[in-house]
Design a protein around this ligand. Structure first.
Ligand SMILES: *[C@@H]1O[C@H](CO)[C@@H](O)[C@H](O)[C@H]1NC(C)=O
Ligand SMILES: *[C@@H]1O[C@H](CO)[C@@H](O)[C@H](O)[C@H]1NC(C)=O
Ligand SMILES: *[C@@H]1O[C@H](CO)[C@@H](O)[C@H](O)[C@H]1NC(C)=O
Ligand SMILES: *[C@@H]1O[C@H](CO)[C@@H](O)[C@H](O)[C@H]1NC(C)=O
Ligand SMILES: *[C@@H]1O[C@H](CO)[C@@H](O)[C@H](O)[C@H]1NC(C)=O
Ligand SMILES: *[C@@H]1O[C@H](CO)[C@@H](O)[C@H](O)[C@H]1NC(C)=O
Ligand SMILES: *[C@@H]1O[C@H](CO)[C@@H](O)[C@H](O)[C@H]1NC(C)=O
Ligand SMILES: *[C@@H]1O[C@H](CO)[C@@H](O)[C@H](O)[C@H]1NC(C)=O
Ligand SMILES: *[C@@H]1O[C@H](CO)[C@@H](O)[C@H](O)[C@H]1NC(C)=O
Ligand SMILES: *[C@@H]1O[C@H](CO)[C@@H](O)[C@H](O)[C@H]1NC(C)=O
Ligand SMILES: *[C@@H]1O[C@H](CO)[C@@H](O)[C@H](O)[C@H]1NC(C)=O
Ligand SMILES: *[C@@H]1O[C@H](CO)[C@@H](O)[C@H](O)[C@H]1NC(C)=O
Length: 701
């Protein structure tokens, strides 16, 4: 049959207008979809919106590669073809440049940041200089001289970019094939040659990250409710996840509220991190170092707490969403105050929090405490005991500990939310004295490379699990220190201390799982079968996101903690899943959690041999009390929500000038009309025109 003429005529017409470019190459260059892009997304709190967004159909701009800050002029004033889509090397992704682009947003369609393959030596932190200011304990009411980082600025490199609002999309691309395609397109079409302006067609890019929510949390919550009556579409969701905790001694978790005769030492770490771009929050030092240390300490304490249980219970707690105004810790405190937790605040003896502890050149740890609550003599006494416990635990280890200036406040920490409720003795342990040594706090560069965790390339995953980077040794020492101090703090017998040592093998396996890939043979044994395909072949993303059951860091910590503190029990899979030790057992479920994990395959088989792990590991919800109370404008609790978004895409293509586009459209329409008329004429006269070539449909000869 004849090809409909309209298609190839239009194609030919389009080709003619892209003068100088062969038809085939235009075809190829139109719409190259970018595969590995990371967007910045929109978040909202009680009063502000932050992050980025595009128009509904995506922002389109002519590509411009920025070479230096002076070069901004082309984008902001002199360039003849705005709006521009600006490509930046990461060294130009600075506050100064980004704020200029933000001001000139009429001429800026969006920004693409090319992430480097090695970390910038000068440091970079898009977080604020005073993290979680306003949501910690240091307000004017508590002590005016300590409020707003007056005494010490914790994150001096923080430029606050991650808390700015941009009304154009900002994407990050890896320095790989995508970037090569973008740069090539720019070089071929948009570069100024000998000072003359580039000629059409120009290379353009479209970025789409359209966000539904606007203004603030109260507004988007109201829209959610309106929308809900029409369609089940939401506009925004509260940030949240689960906290993970386990007790060194079983307790009845069915009964909530105060427990008589129970006194607990909370051992805490945070479970989340952030970066400017969604989906890449590796949090190696800011988060993973603390998690790994506390998990390894829990493992080191397993035998001692079972064989020579100390007087007090140790409560290992991992808080989620702490980046966003302490979501997890504020919820746990709230639940304790409202008898929604198996313990209450009266049960808390003291707190030891592990902050950033990745050690670099000088192996020194700092013990931070709160100068205000220490004015109370009984708190002071307990803090001193805890500090001395840590100091004597460091004897014989390769780490030294020291205290900063006595008047210095606590660094940003979950412990602050407990202090907001009441004066509780506690210490925060970190590798910094009065400002973070972490040069990449809450950025995409806080990664394995920064913690010096690297494995020879030619090794298999299996061999890498057996290869210990230097960091493993120091973190093992820190974990031993924390474990011994916790044991003494809980009232344990000091003769046991020599028997409490962290295992470097375990530390290495955990570091590898968080910083390199979770999908490895060790972690596969620790999780249930239905979680296996959630194990990723990349570093863990510690961004808290929206509540979901199998969120990455939470679930990993949950299964690791069960393995570190629990024991294997000989129980059938059925009983295990029904949370009991046998058919007649109706009490165990109050005391323990049972998890059936897939285990390893024995050498002569491919079938894994699952087993049942009994532990005291629990999840507790980590959603801000503000949403429980429907108080979306409160300043007492986190109000952060994340906008819902349409599919996020990026692509590049060539554009003709606006005039040319109009002309092309005009010609296209003319051609279309002509072809319609032609088609009509041809088909109405088809009998005459095609009579010779036609097969008779029902001819009989
Ligand atoms: C900051 O601290 C100093 C003393 O440490 C005090 O004199 C000053 O008033 C404080 N500033 C504010 C704004 O509280
Ligand atoms: C909301 O976030 C903005 C930007 O970080 C901040 O300035 C503001 O204080 C926050 N509002 C509340 C109520 O915390
Ligand atoms: C990048 O391109 C090269 C050659 O064009 C190809 O061999 C390689 O697989 C590509 N890499 C990725 C990640 O697509
Ligand atoms: C993106 O992926 C598609 C399909 O996998 C591939 O055809 C295309 O070349 C990729 N784009 C780039 C820029 O590598
Ligand atoms: C735990 O508490 C529940 C509810 O109060 C009670 O029914 C159960 O017997 C208790 N179990 C144990 C082992 O104390
Ligand atoms: C710890 O043990 C001592 C005696 O060994 C006892 O007097 C004290 O009450 C116990 N404390 C707790 C919290 O159980
Ligand atoms: C990896 O390469 C190094 C040298 O580059 C070599 O010494 C080592 O034996 C290799 N390891 C394996 C497992 O091939
Ligand atoms: C500590 O343990 C040793 C030996 O295991 C024992 O002799 C001693 O009485 C214990 N001390 C306390 C305070 O329980
Ligand atoms: C260490 O543990 C082992 C095994 O449980 C025990 O035999 C030994 O006495 C312990 N050592 C100390 C110093 O308590
Ligand atoms: C922990 O995992 C290891 C596998 O690496 C396994 O041999 C051990 O039995 C597990 N222990 C518990 C209590 O789950
Ligand atoms: C586990 O329990 C079953 C039945 O209760 C028993 O036959 C088996 O020997 C036990 N296995 C171990 C390792 O104790
Ligand atoms: C695998 O080997 C173990 C001991 O090495 C033996 O008990 C078991 O029966 C073997 N299993 C299979 C399926 O051959």
């Amino acid at each position: 049959m004849a090809l409909p003429p309209s298609q190839w005529i239009i194609k030919l017409a389009a080709c003619l207008f892209f003068t100088g470019v062969g038809c085939n190459s235009v075809e190829k260059k139109i719409y190259v979809h970018l595969n590995y892009t990371f967007p910045c997304v929109r978040l909202l709190n009680a009063t502000h919106q932050i992050g980025c967004q595009s128009s509904l159909s995506g922002n389109v701009g002519v590509l411009h590669e920025l070479e230096s800050e002076e070069n901004l002029d082309w984008v902001l004033t002199s360039g003849p073809n705005p709006p521009y889509m600006v490509i930046l090397e990461s060294r130009l992704f600075t506050r100064s440049i980004m704020m200029k682009l933000k001001e000139g947003s009429g001429r800026v369609a969006g920004v693409v940041v090319v992430a480097p393959n090695t970390n910038p030596p000068e440091g970079f932190s898009p977080h604020t200089a005073c993290p979680n200011d306003n949501s910690g304990v240091y307000t004017e009411n508590y002590d005016p001289t300590l409020a707003h980082c007056n005494a010490t600025v914790w994150n001096p490199l923080g430029n606050g970019l991650a808390y700015e609002e941009f009304d154009f999309p900002i994407f990050s691309v890896k320095d790989d094939n995508d970037t090569r395609v973008i740069r090539q397109c720019y070089q071929d079409h948009n570069r100024r040659v000998n000072g003359s302006n580039p000629q059409f067609p120009l290379c353009a890019m479209q970025l789409r990250s359209s966000m539904s929510a606007v203004t603030n949390t109260a507004t988007c919550k109201r829209r959610n409710d309106i929308n809900f009556s029409l369609t089940p579409d939401r506009v925004c969701d509260e940030l949240g996840d689960f906290n993970i905790w386990a007790s060194s001694r079983p307790m009845n978790t069915t009964t909530k509220g105060h427990k008589e005769f129970e006194s607990v030492v909370i051992a805490a770490a945070r479970m989340d991190s952030r970066s400017f771009f969604f989906d890449i929050a590796p949090g190696a030092e800011s988060t993973a170092s603390g998690i790994v240390t506390l998990l390894a300490a829990a493992h080191a304490l397993r035998r001692a707490t079972q064989e020579a249980p100390p007087n007090r219970t140790i409560l290992y707690t991992f808080f989620q969403g702490e980046t966003f105004d302490y979501i997890g810790s504020s919820r746990m405190v709230y639940d304790m105050e409202n008898n929604q937790f198996p313990l209450d605040l009266d049960n808390i003896h003291s707190v030891l929090e592990v902050s950033q502890v990745g050690l670099h050149s000088d192996s020194k740890l700092w013990l931070h405490s709160d100068p205000v609550s220490r004015k109370n003599s009984s708190v002071k006494e307990e803090v001193e005991k805890l500090v001395n416990g840590l100091k004597s635990a460091s004897a014989g280890l390769n780490v030294s500990v020291d205290e900063p200036d006595v008047s210095q406040p606590l660094p940003p920490s979950s412990f602050q939310r407990f202090l907001l409720a009441r004066p509780i003795p506690g210490v925060v342990i970190g590798n910094y004295r009065s400002s973070f040594t972490n040069r990449y706090y809450e950025s995409m560069y806080d990664n394995a490379e920064y913690l010096n965790v690297s494995y020879p390339e030619n090794m298999t995953s299996e061999e890498q699990l057996e290869h210990f980077p230097e960091t493993v040794k120091t973190l093992t020492e820190v974990a031993t220190l924390v474990a011994r101090a916790l044991y003494v703090q809980a009232g344990g017998n000091e003769t046991q201390l020599a028997n409490i040592t962290a295992d470097p093998q375990i530390v290495n396996q955990m570091l590898y799982s968080f910083l390199v890939r979770a999908n490895n043979s060790w972690l596969q044994q620790l999780v249930p079968t239905d979680f296996t395909n959630h194990l990723a072949d990349r570093p863990t993303n510690f961004y808290v996101g929206v509540i979901q059951y199998f969120s990455e860091p939470t679930t990993l910590v949950q299964y690791m903690l069960a393995n570190m503190t629990g024991s294997v029990v000989n129980v059938t899979q059925e009983d295990c899943q029904k949370q009991r030790e046998d058919k007649d057992d109706d009490q165990s479920k109050h005391l323990y959690t049972y998890m059936w994990v897939q285990g390893a395959a024995p050498p002569n088989s491919t079938e894994r041999e699952g087993f049942c792990v009994r532990s005291t590991v629990h999840r507790s919800i980590a959603v801000s009390p503000a949403f429980e109370l429907h108080e979306y404008t409160t300043s007492n609790y986190s109000t952060w929500t994340e906008s819902v978004w349409k599919p996020i895409t990026g692509r590049i293509f060539l554009v003709a000038s606006h005039d040319l586009e109009m002309l092309t459209l005009g010609v296209g329409i003319t051609v279309l009309l002509t072809s319609l008329v032609l088609t009509y004429v041809i088909s109405s006269k088809a009998d005459i025109l095609f009579s010779s070539g036609r097969e008779p449909t029902s001819a009989t000869y």
